[in-house]
Design a protein around this ligand. Structure first.
Ligand SMILES: CCCCC/C=C\C/C=C\CCC/C=C/C(=O)SCCNC(=O)CCNC(=O)[C@H](O)C(C)(C)COP(=O)(O)OP(=O)(O)OC[C@H]1O[C@@H](n2cnc3c(N)ncnc32)[C@H](O)[C@@H]1OP(=O)(O)O
Length: 329
């Protein structure tokens, strides 16, 4: 009964999102992100729905859902015949993960997730040379406490949505991918990177005085092991593609012009596996991490707010921003 009610409530919530026009969607999700109790309710329902490899949504909602959408910061091309969506991040100049971007991203993933015909998601960038520059530093600098909270909730949400997705998710990393960009790709099932030595990927946070959250450490450890995570996070290391491949931070390197084509080919291989078996296996692998993280979500929020709003952290971020801007001038 509880499970049934959860899926109905969740379907109602997503029905609301699906019926609204895009701007209304954004306002609705942002309002939701502001309300932590509603959000945790939605999330726990989402995870309880997806953890069993089922998508709880009425067929009517699926039929009404828009599959091809172009929003300012994302372009989603969904091919009904293959069941694969390609999501192009287009938030110039460097696809930084701003509150606006994260909000659109969460809505877009949610819509695809609820569409039974969508089985695979390829994430890539429309920006030259950059997959994503990570969290938007402007959203972490000089803001009010409630703005830090809203932003961090969106960061947590983005990670949870991608990490717990029922779809096969492949990151087609066609440029540099530091910090939050690396985190985004780590949440996917498979990572293909352009073999260009000028690109980098990893976690550089400690270099400018910030600490990655515990769930980021957990996710990375499951992929590259304790020692590589320790070295990367403590030293704030960014790797060139071949070193990233050596430690298992990416799964495959290909020439730059073949990243998307290889991702598409790889997706076909993954989709040849029966969905239910793959989904249940994915859930078996990831659920312990997700459960652990859900249980510390509010503590993580409080830690983030208290850390980011410290004068010393703000000073470091200010210096780092200056440095990024001077680099160009
Ligand atoms: C103890 C408890 C702890 C609790 C936890 C607390 C806190 C933890 C907080 C966070 C951890 C979460 C993990 C993720 C963290 C992050 O993602 S932080 C962001 C880190 N990102 C970076 O350091 C990347 C910086 N950017 C670059 O290295 C380069 O821009 C590039 C991506 C390699 C691209 O280079 P290039 O093409 O040469 O472009 P430019 O450098 O010239 O940049 C163009 C403009 O874009 C601006 N910009 C770049 N990155 C960002 C960004 N992340 N946010 C906002 N803006 C960015 C840059 O300033 C340029 O602007 P102008 O055109 O000069 O105005």
């Amino acid at each position: 009964m509880d499970a049934y009610k959860s899926s109905v409530d969740f379907a109602e919530a997503t029905a609301f999102l699906s019926h609204a026009c895009y701007e209304q969607d954004k306002m609705a999700l942002r309002a939701t992100l502001k309300n932590k109790s509603i959000l945790s309710g939605l999330l726990s329902r989402l995870s309880s729905c997806s953890s069993h490899g089922r998508v709880c949504v009425s067929p009517v909602l699926v039929a009404q859902r828009r599959n091809n959408s172009t929003s300012p910061k994302l372009k989603v091309d969904f091919n009904q015949s293959t069941g694969v969506a390609v999501m192009h991040m287009q938030n110039p100049p460097v696809n930084s993960l701003s509150l606006g971007f994260l909000t659109e991203f969460c809505i877009a993933v949610e819509k695809l997730e609820m569409d039974k015909s969508c089985r695979g998601l390829i994430l890539t960038s429309s920006q030259p040379k950059v997959f994503s520059a990570g969290l938007d530093i402007m959203d972490m600098y000089g803001k009010k406490l409630e703005q830090y909270e809203e932003f961090w909730r969106a960061v947590q949400e983005m990670w949870l949505k991608l990490y717990s997705s029922n779809m096969v998710t492949i990151a087609a990393i066609n440029g540099s991918s530091p910090a939050g960009g690396c985190l985004m790709s780590l949440s996917c099932d498979y990572r293909i990177m352009a073999d260009n030595p000028r690109y980098s990927i990893g976690f550089n946070e400690t270099q400018f005085g910030i600490v990655v959250p515990v769930w980021c450490k957990e996710a990375m450890t499951t992929i590259v092991g304790h020692r590589n995570t320790e070295l990367t996070l403590e030293l704030g290391l960014l790797y060139n593609p071949s070193d990233a491949l050596k430690i298992g931070l990416v799964d495959q390197l290909v020439p730059e012009d073949q990243v998307l084509a290889t991702a598409t080919k790889t997706m076909t291989k993954w989709l040849a596996i029966p969905d239910h078996a793959r989904r249940i296996t994915k859930s078996m692998m990831r659920k312990p991490t997700i459960d652990k993280i859900m249980s510390i979500r509010e503590a993580d929020m409080q830690q983030y707010i208290s850390f980011i709003s410290k004068d010393s952290t703000q000073k470091m971020l200010g210096t780092y921003l200056e440095m990024l801007k001077k680099k160009r001038g």
